[in-house]
Design a protein around this ligand. Structure first.
Ligand SMILES: [Zn+2]
Length: 427
């Protein structure tokens, strides 16, 4: 069934960064059939939706998340990191039931759909529950089980999960291996993970160079940087998603030469935890793809990628000390094409043959009027609450602000109940 959407602007984020004003997109379940001026498509369509005061753009891709941690949102904010982790987050995590992880992931999916995210890369445990929630939500996800110890059994379980779920949910689920970080996984274990990834054709999702503490610890233990350690253990032989990368130095660049994958910047998490600002320009100058992510909702509190795009633009301007160093279009690019490049995904752009993943953002609101530049309005003025339609894999997941794939109201009540039980320690 072919559906046509028409709006005031359409941002393609294709290689030529074309914008059509007005613009239209036609798609069916196989993908995008047409992108361009509204009168440029002459075939009959089954449905036509015209939203004159809105912008159509590729759906946002959240490149780093721990979705189920939405049930831990707001637990002991502003406390020192170690206290927050050991006294608040870990005790709650130890009480999590598989159903909590399903419910927490679906809660995060509801928030992501409402704020224009069409896919996310996730690292957590009880990953079958994560996969089931993704399947129900209609979103795309790159799912990995976080591996935090040197355990051959856990690695084998992880590979089995990857094989069972690879390509499930009409291809919306991609599985990866998720060694948590170089300070939680010893080098010999990272070598085993790298070998498994190469032999099973899987990508790797890992936290690297996130904090000064990590840099110091890895230097004390191995006299290396986290990037050098990752390279030498063979991780970069597989596609690797590097979450954070805040403290990547110039001396790391040779290790990143030829990297398949890239870095996912999480500016809100990096700011909230006091970790620093990604050296974006240095990485882009040597051709390392950079995408955008939120990190888990327990540390970031919000999965709104519009907020994340703003934060990325602000922080890069602060880092470089000049407003022209990072544009609104750079932020849009990171949140769509950048993340897609890191993941090896053909989406993040609107073009015939690409996956039918896009969003429609209301652009006639007090905070988006007047509109001189749709890109600047989207990044500096809009928020996730302005998203009216979300389409993933040709299916409408958000229609006029209403989620179509599950009962959102019932989910919110259940999530509140489960979060309360977990916080009070009954479980
Ligand atoms: Zn993380």
């Amino acid at each position: 069934m072919a559906i046509k959407f028409e709006a005031r602007h359409l941002l393609t984020l294709n290689d030529d960064r074309e914008i059509f004003s007005p613009g239209a997109i036609v798609f069916d379940e196989t993908g995008i059939l047409y992108v361009g001026a509204p009168d440029g498509y002459s075939q009959p369509v089954d449905q036509e939706i015209v939203i004159p005061e809105a912008t159509i753009m590729p759906g946002l891709l959240n490149g780093h998340n721990h979705a189920a941690m939405s049930l831990m949102r707001g637990l002991a904010d502003d406390s020192p990191f170690f206290e927050w982790l050991t006294e608040h987050v870990l005790p709650v995590e130890s009480r999590l039931l598989p159903e909590d992880i399903y419910c927490g992931t679906l809660l995060a999916c509801a928030e992501m759909i409402r704020s224009g995210t069409v896919g996310f890369a996730d690292m957590y445990f009880e990953v079958e529950q994560v996969a089931k929630a993704v399947q129900e939500s209609g979103l795309r996800a790159w799912i990995s089980r976080g591996l935090t110890e040197s355990s051959q059994d856990k690695l084998s379980e992880s590979v089995a999960f990857c094989q069972n779920w690879q390509g499930q949910a009409q291809g919306r689920i991609v599985t990866m291996l998720g060694p948590h970080a170089p300070y939680t996984c010893p080098p010999q274990f990272l070598e085993q993970v790298a070998e498994a990834a190469v032999s099973h054709g899987l990508g790797i999702h890992i936290h690297l160079s996130e904090s000064r503490d990590e840099i110091r610890q890895i230097h004390e233990r191995y006299h290396k940087t986290p990037i050098q350690l990752a390279y030498e253990t063979g991780l970069f032989k597989a596609r690797t998603l590097i979450a954070h990368g805040v403290h990547i130095q110039e001396e790391d660049l040779p290790w990143l030469d030829g990297l398949v994958g890239g870095v996912i910047s999480c500016p809100v998490s990096n700011a909230k935890l006091g970790n620093g600002i990604l050296p974006y320009r240095m990485l882009r100058d040597v051709g390392v793809p950079v995408g955008l992510g939120t990190d888990g909702p327990a540390s970031t509190n919000s999965l709104d990628m519009f907020l994340e795009m703003k934060a990325m633009a602000w922080m890069q301007k602060v880092r470089d000390g000049k407003p022209e160093s990072f544009s609104a279009e750079d932020a849009l690019w990171a949140a769509t094409r950048g993340t897609a490049q890191v993941l090896g995904h053909p989406g993040g752009r609107l073009a015939p043959g690409a996956p039918a993943d896009f969003i429609v953002v209301d652009s006639r609101q007090p905070h988006t009027t007047p509109e001189w530049d749709a890109r600047a309005n989207l990044v500096y003025s809009a928020s996730g609450a302005d998203v009216r339609y979300v389409v993933v894999n040709g299916a409408i997941l958000l229609r006029e602000g209403i989620i179509t794939t599950f009962d959102e109201r019932a989910l919110l009540l259940e999530a509140e109940e489960r979060a309360r039980r977990l916080r009070e320690g009954k479980g």
